[in-house]
Ligand binder design. Structure first.
Ligand code: KG4
Ligand code: ZN
Length: 337
């Protein structure tokens, strides 16, 4: 079954062709980073317009790259939510229009489910059940995953998501958007022992996260310093260490509580190298296997949408109309047996 996937939930236009027998045939991505950087964050209306401009040229690219023609496509998957409403509507409208004209089904996919399943595209995928740590710009979630659509939320962020905390802190430190990668590049040169910032909510039971106070603590520590490159790097490192250690503590706790020994880490922050180093300790100390998507599929992409769409379309699920969900809880999706 050959499926076309379309991702337009935020500031990346991603498309891909996934085949249930042959795997991922082609994918292409356009990042709007340069468009939004001068505003210091995503401007929703500009994002929607840019998706419109880029999507058809990207589609032509993947058909060419995979030596496939549209008449071979058997289903279209697009991101239905959560995300920016205008951006989602572009993908949903194009997805449904193509499906109607090609007389094939279309399905709207939950963006975080697609992140969660992205490691399934790798050569050694995890096996259900597992714990998933989903850390993106909009969400921080710890989920017990028993199968496709069988998601129990163990914990989530009560305020800023992990990626959002990276982005906001980076902005306050005067770093360019997107803040996560730029802050973590700077942190590489920072001294991890100079400042110690709080590990929020780790000294009480449960799996929820809160990163907003940490952002404030970081900025308060930064404001009293001379704005030298060394000071900035040391503060960035202290912030990164605090986020990463907090995520590791909660993940370890979730694995213990569920008695599971596989951890999937996905979403933009899963590209963070310090996080990967910290989580490696889980493997050495307790044999937990940690799974990630390949680096380019940690952040938003069309491949994860095509893959998830393929599973759901193959199970007979589809959507008849354009109806996006800017807010959409992850638990409560239809499951597949
Ligand atoms: O999953 P994603 O591409 O989009 C959403 O679904 O939100 O995640 C984007 C987020 C941004 O907040 C970005 O700063 C963060 O992931 N990010 C990182 C890194 N790469 C991307 N955060 C920390 N370290 C990184 N290397
Ligand atoms: Zn995402």
């Amino acid at each position: 079954m050959l499926i076309l996937g379309i991702e337009t939930s935020c500031d990346e236009t991603g498309v891909a062709l996934y085949d249930s027998e042959r795997g991922l045939l082609a994918h292409a991505l356009h990042s709007q980073c340069a468009l939004h950087t001068k505003y210091g964050g995503v401007v929703p209306e500009l994002a929607s317009r840019d998706h419109i401009r880029k999507i058809l040229p990207l589609l032509r690219q993947i058909f060419k790259k995979s030596d496939t023609v549209p008449s071979e496509v058997q289903g279209v998957a697009y991101t239905r939510g959560p995300g920016l409403i205008g951006a989602l509507l572009v993908g949903a409208t194009i997805g449904h229009s193509l499906a109607w004209s090609w007389k094939i089904p279309a399905i709207g996919i939950h963006h975080m489910e697609a992140h969660l399943l992205a490691p399934m595209l790798e050569s050694e995928p995890p096996k259900f059940p597992f714990v998933a740590l989903l850390v993106s710009g909009g969400h921080s979630l710890l989920v017990e995953v028993k199968g496709v659509g069988k998601y129990q939320i163990l914990g989530e962020s009560v305020d800023d998501a992990a990626g959002e905390a990276f982005d906001k802190t980076a902005k306050l430190l005067g770093l360019p958007y997107p803040g996560g990668p730029s802050l973590s590049r700077l942190a590489e040169h920072g001294n991890p022992h100079r400042f110690s910032l709080p590990r929020p909510m780790t000294n009480r039971p449960g799996f929820d996260f809160s990163f907003s106070g940490l952002k404030t603590a970081t900025i308060n520590a930064w404001r009293v310093l001379e704005p030298t490159p060394d000071n900035r790097a040391d503060i960035a490192r202290a912030f990164e260490e605090a986020v990463v250690e907090t995520l590791a503590i909660k993940s370890r706790r979730a694995l213990k509580a569920t008695n599971l020994n596989q951890l999937v880490v996905a979403g933009g922050v899963s590209a963070n190298l310090r996080l990967r180093t910290q989580l490696r300790e889980l493997t050495t100390e307790s044999g937990v296997q940690v799974f990630y998507p390949r680096l380019e599929f940690c952040t938003d992409n069309g491949a994860m949408i095509a893959y998830t769409g393929c599973l759901r379309l193959a199970a007979g699920q589809f959507n008849e109309r354009i109806d996006v969900l800017p807010r959409w809880p992850l638990d409560g999706l239809l499951s597949i047996d």
